[in-house]
Each structure stands twice: as C-alpha cells, then as structure tokens.
Design a protein around this ligand. Sequence first.
Ligand code: ATP
Ligand code: MG
Length: 400
Amino acid sequence: MNTQPMSLPDGAKYILERYLSVGHDAYIVGGAVRNHLLGLPIYDYDITTSATPEETKELFSLDRIVDTGIRHGTVTLVLDDGQYEITTFRTDGEYLDNRHPSSICFSRSLDDDLSRRDFTVNAMCYNDAVGFVDRFSGMADIRAGLIRAVGEPAVRFSEDALRILRALRFASTLGFRIEKETAAAILEKKELLSSVSRERIFTEWRKTLEGSGSYDILTYYKVVISVISPELEGLELPQRDRFSSAEWYIRQLGLFLASSEDPVSSFGAAMRSLRADNFRIRQGASALSCLLSERLDNTVGIKTAIYHFGTDAVRDAISLGILTDRLSAENMKALDSVIDSGEPTSLSGLEIDGRGLISLGFVGEEVGRALDRLMLAVIRGECPNEREALVEYILGEALR
Ligand code: ATP
Ligand code: MG
C-alpha cells in the first residue's frame, strides 16, 4: 500500500491551501485517496470542507465556480488544470425512499462527513498539513482487500439501496471481497434495489461487469443479479478464464447465452428494462442471433454470416463463441483473412445489381431473390464474381 504523501495537482493544492489559510478545514476525500493508497490512477480529486457553499463562493469569487449540486452542498470549481467538486461537510437526514435523504445538514465536523460515506475504503481523506485521516480503518481494509460498510451495514443499505450495487462494483473493480456482515446485509436488503432508478442500476452493473473480479462477484451474488434483472434468474457463468479475458459487453452477452433458453429475447427485455441505449441492444441481439444461426467455424460460413449480419456482429459473435467454448481464436483469424481478402460479402460487391437483373427480365420480388441466390453462389464458390458468369448462372437457375 502506498502511504507516501499524495502529490496533488496544482489546482487541488491551491484550493486546500486557500481554505486552510483562512481557518477552514479542507481535504481530498474518497476515490482519490483510495486510489492513491492502492497505487491506481486518479481521475478526479473531490474535496470536502467545513466551509459552507456560500463561504466557498466568497473565498473563490475570482475563480469560475458552478453550482452543480448546491442542494447537497456541492459546487464545482473550474481551474486551469481541471474541475474540482467541493462538498461541505454534512450529515444526511432521514432517508424516506431507500435512496434519497429527506434533508441534509451542513456540519463543521469532519467525522460527521466521513460517517455518512459508504465504505471504509471510500471514507478516508487527506491534506498535506494533517496527512491521511482514516477513522474507520479503511487502510486495514485495503490491506485485507475488503469492502466494508461504514457503520451498521443493514442500516446503510436501507438508507440508500444503490450502495448494494456500489459494494459489488468496488469489489469487482478492485478485486476485493465483501466483508462478512456487509455481505450478509446485501443479501438481506437486496429487494430494496427495486427502488433504485434503472439508469443508475445499469451504470453500476456495467462497471461491475468491467471489473477484474466480476467472475467471483457474479458467482457469489447471483441472487442480487436476479433482483436487478429477472431474466438472469438461475444465472450460469461461462468458463472462468475465458470470461475474464473477454470485454464487458461480450461477458454480458455470455451471461444471457449461458443462462437463458431464449437469449436473444431475454437479453433484449433485460436491456430495455435497464434503459440501455438502442444501438447497443441491437448490436448485442445481432451478435447473439448470428452465433446461434450461422456456422462460424469455416470460411464460407463466416462470409455468409457477414452477408447476413455485417462484420461487426460477426466479430462479436465469434468473441462470444470463444467465450462460451464453441469457437476458437482460429475462427477469429479466419474472419480477419476474409476481411483482408476483399472478397465480396455484400450485395454492393457483386458484379451485377438489381438494374442488371431487371434488364434480363426479372421483376418485383424476383430481383431481390435472384441477388440473394447470386450472392450465396459467389460466397460458396459455385459461381465466379464476373458479370457474364453471374448472368449465365442466374438464367440457368431460372430455367431449372
Ligand atoms: P469512482 O469515481 O472511481 O467511481 P469514487 O469513490 O470517487 O469512485 P464517487 O461515486 O465519485 O465514487 O463518489 C465520491 C465519494 O462520495 C465516495 O468515495 C464516497 O465517499 C461518497 N459516496 C458516493 N456515493 C455514495 C453513496 N451512495 N452513499 C454514501 N457515500 C457515497
Ligand atoms: Mg469519483
């Protein structure tokens, strides 16, 4: 664990020093401190302070400051080297809907602010004057690789059920386990997830799937997954190593393929319910259909699949086939060779088009059917892709 002092960007130093110089408390808090201790990259530096938003605005009146979440005591300071979210120390009032506090109270006490935070690893703060502040043994939990709720886990999950998924997400992305009582509370309170917005659920679900520890987390918390997505009830996982080396959205498709009788429909239903974007839903559904309906273990099959589904879907379908042990890396190489060869795999590459067929006397739906016949004949090597040969082939077919 890296307990060296944090080397802060200039903007963060400027903010902290300014607060301290007028007698306020201010610290870097949360993810930045956690990632520093873990030796992971830091993307943003959140700041927590005893100053109220009004006091902050006055103190930084010459800088650009935006009211991003003023109701929760958060403002954003826009400096040359980036944006800094600054939140006033606060306690949360009673939670009414398992998600939002009915009110919040600003506080002058750092301890109040750290106690409202979700997990011990996220409840540490730092400034150059004081060093690390670790009221809830977050460092020990980092050493042990544990996600542990701050305070009484069941209470914390009842207050805000999104924390249930945040626990799974952090465990997955950090490769941590979830501490026993926290884990028990997750299982006890999982039904409360129904009160969390679908968009927030999807964001956490995606991050969980992206994490290096996702295989274990999904395995241990299957019952939680079935609350957010009933389509994944009775979740089955593909083989571990293959799962771990796939991209997140291939992993996601793999779960539906392994768990559902009709993966195309259950994937679509689950994703629509999680408000995933339509492009992604269509893309995933075509990869699944492509794998289920095409032969991707030979060149002709791959070309036919590209003709039917497009190159991207075939690539995803092969990745999915590799993930679920139906296909191998050789098949992906075969796809690359087909693409490199430049051989036609769509009607635009065919040496005859609809007009050409009409001039031969084809009408209406016959035109499309004939193009389809010719495309497949070229793909299968039954006819060269040359105009004369194509004409001869299709007229010969028509006579038969
Ligand atoms: P990352 O940004 O890398 O996902 P993070 O720890 O910075 O991780 P954020 O969602 O940005 O996570 O939240 C910042 C901090 O705010 C957290 O570290 C945690 O202390 C606190 N926090 C965020 N969401 C909650 C919540 N639902 N309940 C309690 N505390 C929370
Ligand atoms: Mg953050």
